[in-house]
Design a protein around this ligand. Structure first.
Ligand SMILES: Cc1cc2nc3c(=O)[nH]c(=O)nc-3n(C[C@H](O)[C@H](O)[C@H](O)COP(=O)(O)OP(=O)(O)OC[C@H]3O[C@@H](n4cnc5c(N)ncnc54)[C@H](O)[C@@H]3O)c2cc1C
Length: 321
C-alpha cells in the first residue's frame, strides 16, 4: 500500500495536540492531526444527551502563566470559553475557594473543536507503530493505512506514547517512567435540584474527591446534572469494578452530603484509566530526531500544562526545521 504524505503528523486531538498543530499551521507547516476517537478534546470531554450534558473529564481550567492568560483572553473574545462563577467549596466547615475558573462553551470539548477549526483532523485512526523511513518517519494506523511524515508529534498519555517510541529508547524510558492515575467519574441526572448549598466541592473523605453541578456552568442545559469524581486512591483500588456498581457507590457517597437520599433519574460511570500524572516531567516536552512528545504530563497535570507543552514543542519543531 502506498503511504500518504504530510509534513508533520500530530497524534492526539486533545489540548496539547491541537495547540501544537495550530501553532505549526500558523507558521505555514502542513499538519495533519490524527485521533483514535470520534470527537475532539481528549480528556476535555463532554457527554451529551437529550436536554443534558456532562463534562466528565476536566472540570474547569485556570490560567497562571502570561502565555495562557493571553490565549484565554482571545478564546473568551471568540466565545469559545467563559468564566464559571459557581460556588466552589472545600473543607469542614465548608468554605468558598475563590479562583478564576474557566470552561469551554457550550461544553468542555467545544474549546478544542473551535481551536482545531481549519486543521485537517483524521478521526478514528489509532497509531499502532512508528518507524524511521529515510529522513522521516513511517506511521502505521489501525485501519491498515500508512503515512509518511518529516516530523511527528505524539500528544498522547505516556502509557500510550511509550510503546510507540521503540525507535527512540531515551524518549521511551522517560515516557514509561510517568505514572498516570485513574479516575472514576459518575454522571447523575436528577428531576429536581439536589439540596446542596454549593455548585462544586473538593471532598477529602470517602471515595469522592470532587463533585460539581454541571448545569451551574455557563451555556449548559438547565437539567440538574452532577459529575462525581472518585479519588485517585479509590479509583485505583476499584479500577476493574463494574461501572454501574461504581456509579451507585459514588451516588451514595454524595447522598451522605445531602442530608437525605438521592434518587437519580439516570446514573452512569466512566473510567479514566489515564486521568492525571502522579509524577509529571519538568521538561515541557521531549524531542529527538524529528519526533516530539507533548501532553500535560510533560509539565504538570492540568489543561494549562497541556497547552504550554504543545505550544513549546511547536516552537522547538519550528526552530529545528
Ligand atoms: C477526570 C479528570 C479530571 C480533570 N480535571 C481537571 C481540571 O479540573 N482542571 C484541569 O486543568 N485539568 C483537569 N484534568 C486534566 C486535563 O484534562 C488534561 O490536563 C488535559 O486535557 C490533557 O490534554 P492532552 O492533550 O495532554 O491529552 P488528552 O486530552 O488525553 O489527549 C490525547 C488524545 O490522544 C488520543 N490518542 C491516544 N492514543 C492515541 C493513538 N495511539 N492514536 C491516535 N490517538 C490517540 C486520545 O484519544 C486523546 O484524544 C482532568 C482530567 C481528568 C481525566
Amino acid at each position: 500500500m502506498t503511504a500518504k504524505r504530510c509534513d508533520i503528523a500530530v497524534i492526539g486531538a486533545g489540548m496539547a495536540g491541537i495547540s501544537c498543530a495550530r501553532q505549526l499551521a500558523a507558521a505555514g507547516r502542513e499538519v495533519v492531526v490524527f485521533d483514535k476517537s470520534k470527537g475532539m478534546g481528549g480528556r476535555m470531554a463532554t457527554r451529551r444527551g437529550d436536554g443534558f450534558s456532562f463534562d466528565h473529564g476536566a472540570q474547569y481550567f485556570t490560567a497562571r502563566t502570561p502565555e495562557f492568560v493571553a490565549a484565554l483572553a482571545h478564546w473568551q473574545q471568540a466565545g469559545w470559553c467563559a468564566p464559571w462563577s459557581g460556588r466552589v467549596v472545600a473543607g469542614q466547615p465548608r468554605e468558598l475557594v475563590p479562583e478564576a475558573r474557566f470552561v469551554g462553551t457550550p461544553g468542555m470539548s467545544a474549546l478544542c473543536r473551535a481551536l482545531a477549526g481549519g486543521l485537517p483532523v483524521q478521526h478514528q485512526l489509532r497509531l499502532l507503530a512508528l518507524q524511521r523511513n529515510g529522513s522521516g518517519w513511517q506511521l502505521a494506523f489501525d485501519d491498515g493505512s500508512q503515512w509518511q511524515a518529516q516530523q511527528v508529534v505524539l500528544a498522547i498519555p505516556p502509557a500510550q506514547a511509550a510503546p510507540l517510541l521503540a525507535a527512540l529508547p531515551a524518549l521511551q524510558t522517560r515516557a514509561a517512567a510517568v505514572e498516570m492515575q485513574p479516575c472514576w467519574a459518575a454522571m447523575l441526572l436528577s428531576d429536581s435540584p439536589l439540596p446542596l448549598a454549593f455548585d462544586a466541592a473538593f471532598i477529602g473523605e470517602g471515595p469522592l474527591s470532587w463533585v460539581a453541578r454541571n448545569n451551574s456552568k455557563p451555556a449548559r442545559p438547565a437539567m440538574e446534572s452532577w459529575v462525581l469524581h472518585a479519588s485517585p486512591a479509590w479509583s485505583a483500588q476499584h479500577v476493574d469494578d463494574d461501572p454501574a456498581q461504581v456509579a451507585q457507590v459514588l451516588c451514595a457517597a454524595l447522598a451522605g452530603h445531602c442530608a437525605g437520599s438521592v434518587s437519580p433519574r439516570q446514573l452512569s460511570a466512566h473510567r479514566w484509566l489515564y486521568a492525571q500524572a502522579a509524577n509529571p516531567l519538568p521538561d515541557g516536552f521531549l524531542l529527538q530526531d524529528g519526533v516530539g512528545v507533548a501532553g500535560d504530563w510533560c509539565l504538570g497535570q492540568r489543561v494549562e500544562d497541556a497547552y504550554l507543552s504543545g505550544t513549546r514543542l511547536a516552537d522547538a519543531l519550528l526552530a529545528a526545521h
